[in-house]
Design a protein around this ligand. Structure first.
Ligand SMILES: NC(=O)c1ccc[n+]([C@@H]2O[C@H](COP(=O)([O-])OP(=O)(O)OC[C@H]3O[C@@H](n4cnc5c(N)ncnc54)[C@H](O)[C@@H]3O)[C@@H](O)[C@H]2O)c1
Length: 340
C-alpha cells in the first residue's frame, strides 16, 4: 500500500505531538507543515524531516501529495482551516475542541460529509489506558448502574500564564473541560441534560489574562446520574506535574478510582526538581513515542489507510461544544442551563 501524505497546521506545543506521530510512522510521509510563525515552521520542518513548510494554510491544504491534515491551531482557530482542507478532499484530524460555536462545528461536520472525507476530533482519552480500564469495567456491568462521578482535570498556572499566548481568548473550559465532557459522554453512554457552573476570575485577571481561574460544574445526565467536574488553570507551578487528572466513579455495584498523572509509579527527586515523569501520555521509550497522545493520531492514520470509521467523530466534538457553551451560560447567569 502506498504511503499516506500528511500535513500539519499549527506547530506549537501540541503540534509537536502530531509531528512525532507522523514522523515516526513507517507508512506516512510528512509532506508539509505550516505555522504563522515562519521560524517555528522552518525549525519544526527540519527537526521532524518534513519535505517542506509554509506559513499560509491554503498552500498546505491544496498540496496534491497530502491525504491527511491535522489542525492544531488555537481553540478558536480550527474552522476555516478544517473546512478548506475538507473542500480539498483531505481527511481532517481536528484538535479538541472541534470548534467554539455550534455553527462552526456544524460547518466542519457538513464540509467533511459533503466532500466524503473522514473527520475526527482528537479526544485522545479514549486511548488513555486508565480511562479505558474504567470504560471496560462500566461496559462489562461491574459497576452496576452508574450513580455519580467526580472528575478533576486541572493545569498548573504555567499553562495559561506562560505556555499559551492565546489563553485570554479561550478558557480552561475549552482547553480541559472539553476532554472532561467527552469522557463523561463516552463512559456513561449518555448525554448531558442540564449543567450548573460556577466560575471565579481573580488570580489570572491580576496577571492580565482575561480568562477565569476555574469552573466547578454539576452535570445532570439524561438517565439520572450526576457528575461533578472541576477544571482549573491556577494550580501551583511548584507541583511535580503540569496536569492533575483524577476520577471517582460510583455505581450501585462498584466504585472505581483513577489517578492518571500523580500516581506513585515513578517519582524523581533531584537537586533541581521533584517530578513524576509522564508514563501514559507521550513517553519516549527506546527512541519511539508511546502513549495515548500519539495513539489517537495513529488510529486516525489507520482509519484513512484502511477506510475505517474513526472511533471519535465530529458529532462527538459538537456534543462537547454544546455542553461547554451551556456551562459558560450557567457561569454567566448563575442559573442551571439545559443543553440545547
Ligand atoms: N489533545 C490534547 O490534549 C491537547 C493538548 C494541548 C493542546 N491541544 C489543542 O491543540 C490546539 C493547539 O494548542 P497548543 O497548545 O499547541 O497551542 P500553541 O499556542 O502552543 O500552538 C498553536 C500554534 O498555532 C499557530 N497558528 C495559529 N493560527 C494559525 C494559522 N491560522 N495558521 C497556521 N498556524 C497558526 C501558532 O503560531 C502556534 O505556533 C488547541 O486547540 C488546544 O486545545 C490539545
Amino acid at each position: 500500500m502506498a504511503s499516506t501524505g500528511a500535513g500539519i497546521v499549527g506547530l506549537g506545543i501540541w503540534g509537536e505531538t502530531h509531528l512525532m506521530a507522523y514522523a515516526e510512522h513507517p507508512h506516512v510521509d510528512l509532506v508539509k507543515v505550516c505555522d504563522l510563525n515562519k521560524s517555528r515552521a522552518r525549525k519544526m520542518a527540519k527537526e521532524y524531516g518534513a519535505k517542506s513548510w509554509c506559513t499560509d494554510y491554503r498552500e498546505l491544504v491544496t498540496d496534491p501529495e497530502i491525504d491527511i491534515v491535522s489542525i492544531v491551531t488555537p481553540d478558536f482557530a480550527h474552522t476555516d482551516i478544517a473546512v478548506a482542507a475538507a473542500k480539498n478532499k483531505k481527511h481532517i484530524l481536528v484538535e479538541k475542541p472541534l470548534a467554539t460555536t455550534v455553527a462552526d462545528c456544524k460547518k466542519i461536520i457538513s464540509a467533511a460529509k459533503r466532500n466524503k472525507v473522514k473527520l475526527m476530533c482528537d479526544f485522545h482519552n479514549h486511548w488513555n489506558p486508565c480511562m479505558h480500564r474504567v470504560k471496560e469495567a462500566v461496559d462489562a456491568g461491574e459497576m452496576g448502574t452508574l450513580q455519580f462521578m467526580s472528575l478533576r482535570l486541572n493545569d498548573t498556572i504555567e499553562v495559561p500564564r506562560d505556555w499559551l499566548a492565546w489563553s485570554g481568548k479561550s478558557s480552561v473550559l475549552w482547553f480541559l473541560a472539553s476532554h472532561s465532557v467527552d469522557l463523561v459522554r463516552w463512559i456513561f453512554k449518555d448525554e448531558v441534560d442540564r449543567v450548573y457552573t460556577v466560575a471565579r476570575s481573580r488570580v489570572l485577571k491580576k496577571l492580565g489574562k482575561n480568562t477565569p481561574d476555574f469552573y466547578m460544574s454539576t452535570l445532570e445526565m439524561k438517565k439520572g446520574a450526576v457528575v461533578a467536574i472541576e477544571n482549573g488553570w491556577i494550580m501551583s507551578d511548584k507541583m511535580p506535574i503540569v496536569c492533575a487528572f483524577q476520577m471517582e466513579l460510583i455505581g450501585d455495584k462498584g466504585t472505581i478510582l483513577s489517578d492518571v498523572v500523580s500516581h506513585e509509579a515513578v517519582q524523581k527527586f533531584t537537586d533541581k526538581e521533584v517530578s513524576l515523569p509522564d508514563l501514559f501520555g507521550r513517553p519516549e521509550i527506546q527512541g519511539k513515542t508511546y502513549g495515548f497522545a500519539v495513539e489517537s493520531i495513529r488510529h486516525f492514520i489507520d482509519c484513512v489507510r484502511l477506510n475505517r470509521k474513526p472511533h471519535v467523530t465530529g458529532e462527538d466534538g459538537l456534543a462537547a461544544t454544546k455542553v461547554i457553551l451551556a456551562m459558560m451560560e450557567s457561569a454567566k447567569t448563575g442559573k442551571p442551563v439545559k443543553v440545547r
